[in-house]
Design a protein around this ligand. Structure first.
Ligand SMILES: N[C@@H](CCC(=O)N[C@@H](CS)C(=O)NCC(=O)O)C(=O)O
Length: 212
């Protein structure tokens, strides 16, 4: 398998965490979003959306981190990333979608580029925009964790929702969003980061990461 990603891409980071939790090795190919490498025809041939990640599997190319992670979970069921009961699975998918559909797309590179380019948004306005959507989403996620979480986002084992939580927390730090109001998210982030394989999935540990 080959994971096409970028060190700071949170959607790629989600897949790296899922691979890490399952103990799976995967080759990685980096596409530098800052230079627009992901819009090259050669990458569009893999992913017509020109977004990372994409996963080359023995059966073909998969796109969209949620679909990739669910495929990994079905193909490599141990340890499972989703709980056994159908209701619980839907709760977990809802927590993941909260991040993947209702937080991350609002501060994705191409959205911020449009805000800057078409609407002349200033750096302060961009920061306020990002902070608004992450804080609003995290307030809801914090409540969901209070209802359903334990040591991790759902129950006491790391799973699908955690694959989305940790990268979004990384983005919050990267964009200087105040995460003090979200103690459960912070505690789970710390617990996940303490797992050695998950630590290896961190953006700074990737071969294409900027070196100081
Ligand atoms: N919903 C997609 C989102 C993918 C996505 O937006 N990836 C970002 C990096 S985190 C990207 O490729 N951005 C490039 C751009 O905005 O031009 C997924 O979950 O895979």
């Amino acid at each position: 398998m080959i994971l096409h990603g970028y060190w700071r891409s949170t959607a790629s980071y989600r897949v790296r965490i899922a691979l890490a939790l399952k103990g799976l090795d995967c080759r990685q190919t980096a596409h530098d979003l800052r230079t627009g490498a992901h819009r090259a025809p050669s990458y569009r041939a893999l992913n017509p959306q020109a977004l990372v990640p994409a996963l080359e599997t023995p059966d073909g190319v998969l796109t969209q981190s949620s679909a990739i992670i669910e495929w990994l979970d079905e193909e490599y069921p141990n340890p499972p990333l989703l709980p056994a009961k159908t209701f619980d699975r839907a709760v977990v998918r809802g927590m993941a979608a909260l991040v993947a559909c209702d937080i991350h797309p609002l501060h994705n590179l191409r959205v911020l580029d449009r805000l800057r380019g078409d609407f002349a948004a200033t750096p302060d306005q961009i920061s306020a925009w990002i902070g608004h959507w992450i804080s609003e989403g995290f307030a809801a996620l914090e409540e969901q964790i209070a209802r359903h979480g334990g040591d991790f986002a759902f129950g006491d084992s790391p799973g699908l929702a955690d694959c989305f939580l940790l990268p979004q927390l990384y983005a919050a730090h990267r964009f200087d969003v105040d995460v003090q109001p979200f103690p459960l998210i912070r505690a789970i982030g710390a617990r996940l980061s303490a797992l050695a394989p998950v630590a290896q999935a961190h953006p700074d540990q990737q071969p294409d990461a900027d070196r100081p």
